[in-house]
Design a protein around this ligand. Sequence first.
Ligand SMILES: Cc1cc2nc3c(=O)[nH]c(=O)nc-3n(C[C@H](O)[C@H](O)[C@H](O)COP(=O)(O)OP(=O)(O)OC[C@H]3O[C@@H](n4cnc5c(N)ncnc54)[C@H](O)[C@@H]3O)c2cc1C
Length: 414
Amino acid sequence: MSFPSSVDVAIIGAGAAGLGAAHALQGTALSVIVLEARNRLGGRAWTVQASPDVTFDVGCGWLHSADKNSFVPIARALDFELNKDLPPWRERAYGNAFPQSERDDFMRAMDAFYQRLWQAAQKGKDEPASLSLEPGNRWNPMIDAISTYINGCELEDMSTLDWDAYEDSELNWRVRRGYGALIAAYGAPCPVALNCHVTLIDHSAKRVRIETSQGTQTADKVIVTVPTNLIADEAIRFSPPLPRKVDAAAGLPLGVDDKVTLALSDAEAFPSEGNLRGATMRTEMGTYHIRPFGQPCIEGFFGGSFARQLEAAGDGTIAAHSIDEIAGLLGNDIRLKLKPLYESRWGHDPFARGSYSHALPGHAGDRAVLAERVEERLFFAGEATSPNFFTTAHGARDSGERAAKEVLAAIGER
Ligand SMILES: Cc1cc2nc3c(=O)[nH]c(=O)nc-3n(C[C@H](O)[C@H](O)[C@H](O)COP(=O)(O)OP(=O)(O)OC[C@H]3O[C@@H](n4cnc5c(N)ncnc54)[C@H](O)[C@@H]3O)c2cc1C
């Protein structure tokens, strides 16, 4: 799409949130454009063909809370096959790395931790989630590892009230062709200017002036959907400044989670949809999904400080570490069967600077502040603004739709 110098509504970011907003404005009389810094749609939703037989979601993969997930009807409408196989992370384990009796003990410790965390939340104190760990429990480091996968951070950086606000129906589905591919297909009809990096949103005059790498544009209304770390770091600036937004974004940083896929030869010898995790008693550990969709690969997942460390060690480190860890669990012979295909580096991604948002202790209220509109002209969406489905792609999409409805209400359009 060419770059218009003036529009009614400019949407910054073509991730799930921006595309949700653009869809909600379709069919109105308004001129709309989505300004996207990358050369593709989807943002943190991104499917790649890692090899001829391996489709890999570099970002989101699971349609969490599938019974309430607005991408489920979209997948059906766009003819994307839904996969309802159970996720491997809770029930299944492969090999002897984590014997069943130990696993049961770990699950009991984790459920008891969640119960204490829930009780702490009922008292309304927005304290670090780590305070709900039982002192001295031998499973604490691994409970913390689970937090790094779910929240992108260790429990000491996680707000208890934010944890409690998250809604999860525990129904997790996937799309065979990839969640990222689904979101890109959803966005295909939207008017998007790619390679359009927004640097400044000047709301000092009657019309908002947007400075971008493709020139200047004016708009009546602007919907901002960029990840919180970019607002907090002022990588995208507002004039006059919006310190309340910058503070709220800083209270909701993106933690880091990274994924890797390794080609697996002799794949038929391994279970489809298997789970592999060792009783390592460390927080610095990966968790592995053997043969997702039956594909000849193993996917690894890393979170929190450990993911940051692996990223900092340079390209290829996540794959190399995964092969070492899997060999430690299944024996050295497997090294010959594994080959790195693709790994993410979300912490180093200039237009994400992390993976998904978590509220720091004391900052659970910041999501509502970030979502507030400013002067009926600047509107805010993105996963971090969702009251209950934050961190997720469907929460992001729904937030975009909410912001678009606010725009229509401000204009007085239906
Ligand atoms: C490893 C990983 C695993 C995940 N797993 C899941 C999962 O299983 N299920 C799930 O639901 N969610 C998952 N998520 C989270 C999910 O991907 C995100 O919550 C969701 O995609 C965020 O959408 P968004 O529109 O809020 O933000 P984004 O997708 O980040 O979109 C924002 C857009 O703004 C653009 N942008 C940034 N700065 C500028 C600028 N200055 N100018 C113009 N454009 C700009 C970006 O390029 C981006 O396209 C995962 C994320 C990661 C990283």
